[in-house]
Design a protein around this ligand. Sequence first.
Ligand code: ACO
Length: 387
Amino acid sequence: MPETLRYAGIVGVGAYAPQRVLTNEDLERMVETSNEWILERTGIRERRIAAPEQASSDLALAAAREALAQAGVAPEELDLVIVATNSPDMFFPATACLVQDALGARRAGAFDVSAGCTGFIYALSIGSQFIMTGAAEKVLVAGADSLSKMVNWEDRGTCILFGDAAGAVVLEPVPEGYGVLSFCLRADGSGGPLLTLPAGGSRLPASHETVDRKLHTIHMQGREIFKFAVRVMGEVALEVLRKAGVGPERVGCLIPHQANLRIIEAAAKRLGLGMDRVFVNLDRYGNTSAASIPVALKEALDGGYIRPGDYVVMVAFGTGLTWGGALVRWLPEERRGILPTDRRRNPESFSKAKFPVGGRGILPTDRRRNPESFSKAKFPVGEVCGC
Ligand code: ACO
């Protein structure tokens, strides 16, 4: 073992979302709801839905391939593949093993992490430990979910919220003072009943009755989850900053779990951050669960919203209940994962950017000024691989 701990950093990022778009107007035809209600209460305009033959590992694979290509890392160099998911392809084998095999990561160990929408933060912290201790040199961490397969499409309280996607990062040792500077993982299992998928496990094995009672779909007490999220998101962001001795005023970009714009605004307010430093893309993807943070990270990088040396805070909450955060200092130089200088904070180049993503710019007021700009946005990556 090394005598001192190393720093672990993100050197490649990838993301994938399925092609099919489900808009609020589509949902108006499916349940008793309205575009206005969904937009006002959540900020979501549309979400992506996986094809019937696409499972979470397919989404993760596409994101992982992109992250590896950006990092310049070959699959056989990976020591570890970790997938955070709440919608694994099946109970076992682990989705991470399916991704490991499809990638050809022959030397890698592989396992899943189940921590609700906080899964990516949990997985990132685990992967970082392996790098920091010297136990691994290259780790792939993915967040992938296709909760559309587990939603009750007759329940307007949940079916409007979720979308499908995957994001992935490659971790490597980085220079001292960069990469993951702190993280914070929390759980309160007493709140588990607030958000469950009750049947199909060892408590309530699948039966005709569980299927008839729709117990294989998401059951959620939305208002209670909302109150919990508003309380913990700002708190945990402040905690990771405190641990690293970094003041909120030095945060370059906040990447929050993309569940609800009102929850995100409350977190930003708690940190004293203007929404110009908060990345938001939930209007186009909805809540993609464990994928939400790496997908937002990818779009924030592609849009030039994260600069070399920036302090980036990621925070999430989810079923469990779980919540957590990580503070990452982006790498100092123009290298993997970071776009050329002229794309950074240059409003001209943003408007010309291939992917007119949101974040700094996707604010409620901006939406009102230019409602069209978001519905036309294209997801930055291509077709899913192997489907
Ligand atoms: N369209 C129209 N009306 C609706 C809809 C809908 N889609 N859904 C609920 N309503 C109605 C309710 O029936 C209720 O009517 P009532 O007053 O007559 O009873 C009214 O709207 C208000 O309902 P609330 O639940 O109080 O609405 P709220 O403002 O809390 O918004 C929402 C609901 C959007 C679900 C919000 O509570 C929320 O975002 N909660 C957090 C959920 C979340 O993030 N979950 C994911 C966790 S991450 C993970 O691990 C997967």
